[in-house]
Structure formats: structure tokens, C-alpha cells
Design a binder for this molecule. Structure first.
Ligand SMILES: Cc1ncc(COP(=O)(O)O)c(C=O)c1O
Length: 378
């Protein structure tokens, strides 16, 4: 079992701007009495996000979860099947079901943990209308092959970019790809607005529909044109997100340095490997996962860390094993099952002290022992 959430060393902690800075914007919001409805700070957040995501017009939304459901709706996808990795968080799949779309589960690559494009290609039938891909733990999915697959078969392509802030593919930030990408600003991400999200679209007409959908379905006149939801981000959340987006570069640099430190400390552990990072990708490291050679070794490390108050997570719990999607499971997904058995996410956050990181690595090392050869996935 993973350590309790009140373990003394959490798995993540939000990186926040100075309290005085936030207090100033809160005072400004109180003064203005504008608490929502796309006022000053939502606009500022969207402008700053445009620079960070390499997209001219990202739209704020109350969460990535709501944003994904509304993004599929905005794309006006015909009914049918959407190919989606099972190795993801439930929101990726729930968004399809809220739109009446049928998930068809694909397996993932054993080294990157992102969707296996060859497996996705094999699943295409005349009923397929889309592909939902995930930037797993902050590592960009194989974007170019997915874009050609979608183009060749006339499919919608949506990226669940919940973990995608800070990630880059072939030099671009991850707002630049697919028919839509939806990012999370929740408290477990590199930077946060408390709760919140950002959505980008390729087609301006879909983007325009999204601006209705995130406000119940109407704009100003109470004439609901689409069946929407309340997906508005409050000004307080937007202000925190706006300040926090400025911290993204330092948040990313710190995480990359911490990941290097973990990797160096565990370089000669033959029983554990890291998520592979292809040469054309920058990993955002929303999460850091170790893959163990066996489920028993994973359990041993998990218990040793728990005994020292270190929180870990078996993440993701695959969608094809979730009760809500049992009726959609048609085949085995061996790589996803293997990751479910052998992966463990370990603590990674901005103010995780180096000594604590070293002691976590030492516990893992002592539990596994040393291998004769270096064994690194990337
Ligand atoms: C892959 C993935 N998609 C979607 C979400 C939902 O994001 P939010 O909490 O902003 O709704 C999460 C949450 O962390 C996630 O991990």
C-alpha cells in the first residue's frame, strides 16, 4: 500500500507565488467587485497562456475535466468510436462518454507510456471518428505520427494535456497541436490556479463554439445555442493562475534538476527504469514514475518508502479496469497491465529539499540493491 496522504513527505506540493503578490491582486479584485465573467485577471491569464502555450488564443475553463468534455462537444464530432489509451486518468474517457462517444482502448508504448500509434492504427474501423491522446506525466505524446494518422483517416485529434504545461515537442509548446488540447491548472500541476484549465483549438469555429459552451451555452442574451455547462474560471483562480504561469520556467528547471539527481543516485539500480524521453521532446515532469522489473520489487520499494513516511502513488489506475468502462473492454492491453503492476510515482515538487530527495533515492537503492549494469531507459 502507498503511504497515507498525511505522510510526512507528500508526493507533490503546489509551487505558489509570494503571498504578498497574491494579496495585492485579491485586494484589486475585491475593489473591482468583479469575481467572474472573464474580467481583468481571466484576460491576463489567457494572454500570458498564449505566449506560454504557443497558441494565439487559449481559453480558460474551470478545470481540465470540464474543458475536455466541452472540447469534444465544440469539435462537433459525429457519433462513433474514439481510440483512447487506457493508461490515463478517468477524465480523458469521461469526456467521451459525456458526448455519447464510444471509447476503444489502445495500448501504450512500454518505454514512453504514451499511446502506441501502431496499436491505435490497427483499431481504426469505419466507425472511428477520433483519437484522444495523453501527454503522460508531462511527456509529449507522439504528436507527428498521431497528426498524420488523424489526417489520413479524417479523425478528430484531441490531446489531454492535463500534464502538458512545460512540455515541448519539436521546439513548440503543447498548445500548438491537434484539433484541441486541454491543460490542467489544478493544485498537483507544475503551476496552478487552485482549480482551472486552458483549452486551445485549431479551428476558429470550434473555438467560438467553446466560448459558448463554457458559459452554459449562451452569450449575454440568455438564448442557449448549445448544450453547455458552467465552465467559467473565477477571477480569484484566474489571478492565481496568471501569477503562477510566470513561475513555469523556474518550476520546470527545478524539476529537471531534481529528476537528474534521482537518476544519478539510482543509475546503477538494474531493477528500475525511467520513462524514456524521445530526442524531439521536452518532458514537463508533472509526475516522476519508476518502473520496476517485477511487481514484487515495486511492492518492496513502496513499503520501504511508506515506512519512512514517504508518499507514493500507483498511477495511473488503467481505464480498462475501471467499473464505469467495463462494457467497453474488448481485448487485453498487456503493456498497460504491466505498467499498472510495476510503476510507482515518487515525490517531485519544487521545494522538495535535496537531502530529502537523496534519502528517498537511498531507500529505493537499499531496497533494490545494486545491479551489475547501468539500466536506464533513456
Ligand atoms: C490525464 C489527466 N486528465 C485530466 C485530468 C483532470 O484535470 P482537472 O483536475 O484539472 O480537472 C487529470 C487530473 O490530474 C489528469 O491527470
Amino acid at each position: 500500500m502507498a503511504a497515507e496522504p498525511n505522510a510526512s513527505i507528500p508526493i507533490t506540493r503546489p509551487h505558489l507565488p509570494p503571498l504578498e503578490q497574491f494579496s495585492e491582486v485579491v485586494a484589486d479584485i475585491f475593489q473591482s467587485r468583479m469575481l467572474s465573467n472573464f474580467a481583468k485577471y481571466t484576460k491576463r491569464l489567457e494572454e500570458r497562456a498564449a505566449r506560454i502555450l504557443d497558441h494565439p488564443q487559449p481559453y480558460s475553463v474551470s478545470s481540465c475535466d470540464i474543458g475536455l468534455a466541452l472540447a469534444w462537444k465544440a469539435l462537433d464530432c459525429p457519433p462513433g468510436e474514439v481510440i483512447v489509451p487506457s493508461f490515463t486518468f478517468c477524465s480523458t474517457v469521461n469526456a467521451l462518454r459525456w458526448n455519447g462517444l464510444t471509447p476503444v482502448f489502445a495500448d501504450v508504448d512500454p518505454e514512453t507510456y504514451c499511446i502506441d500509434v501502431d496499436d491505435a492504427r490497427r483499431l481504426i474501423t469505419p466507425r472511428t471518428v477520433g483519437v484522444a491522446a495523453v501527454h503522460v506525466f508531462g511527456l509529449p505524446a507522439p504528436i507527428a505520427p498521431l497528426e498524420s494518422l488523424a489526417r489520413d483517416h479524417g479523425l478528430k485529434l484531441v490531446f489531454d494535456a492535463a500534464h502538458g504545461l512545460g512540455g515541448r515537442y519539436r521546439g513548440s509548446a503543447l498548445g500548438a497541436f491537434g484539433d484541441a488540447s486541454v491543460f490542467s491548472l489544478s493544485g498537483t500541476k507544475l503551476v496552478t490556479s487552485g482549480e482551472g484549465g486552458l483549452a486551445t483549438f485549431r479551428d476558429p469555429a470550434a473555438a467560438e463554439r467553446f466560448t459558448f459552451l463554457r458559459v452554459y451555452g449562451f452569450k449575454g442574451d440568455y438564448n442557449c445555442r448549445y448544450i453547455g455547462l458552467n465552465g467559467k474560471l473565477s477571477e480569484l483562480n484566474a489571478a492565481l493562475g496568471w501569477l503562477s504561469l510566470d513561475l513555469l520556467d523556474e518550476a520546470l528547471a527545478r524539476r529537471q534538476a531534481q529528476v537528474e539527481r534521482y537518476r544519478d543516485a539510482l543509475a546503477d539500480c538494474a531493477d528500475a527504469t525511467w520513462q524514456a524521453v524521445p530526442a524531439d521532446c521536452v518532458h514537463g515532469y508533472k509526475d516522476l514514475a519508476l518502473q520496476f522489473r517485477t511487481a514484487e520489487k515495486r511492492a518492496a520499494v513502496e513499503s520501504a518508502l511508506a515506512a519512512r513516511g514517504v508518499m507514493t502513488k500507483r498511477y495511473f489506475f488503467p481505464a480498462h479496469r475501471m467499473d464505469a468502462y467495463a462494457e467497453f473492454v474488448r481485448r487485453r492491453l498487456p503493456v498497460t497491465d504491466q505498467l499498472h503492476d510495476r510503476l510507482l510515482c515518487i515525490p517531485l515538487y519544487h521545494d522538495l529539499p535535496d537531502e530529502t530527495l537523496d534519502s528517498i533515492a537511498a531507500t529505493i537503492r537499499q531496497t533494490l540493491g545494486r545491479g551489475r549494469e547501468r539500466h536506464r531507459a533513456a
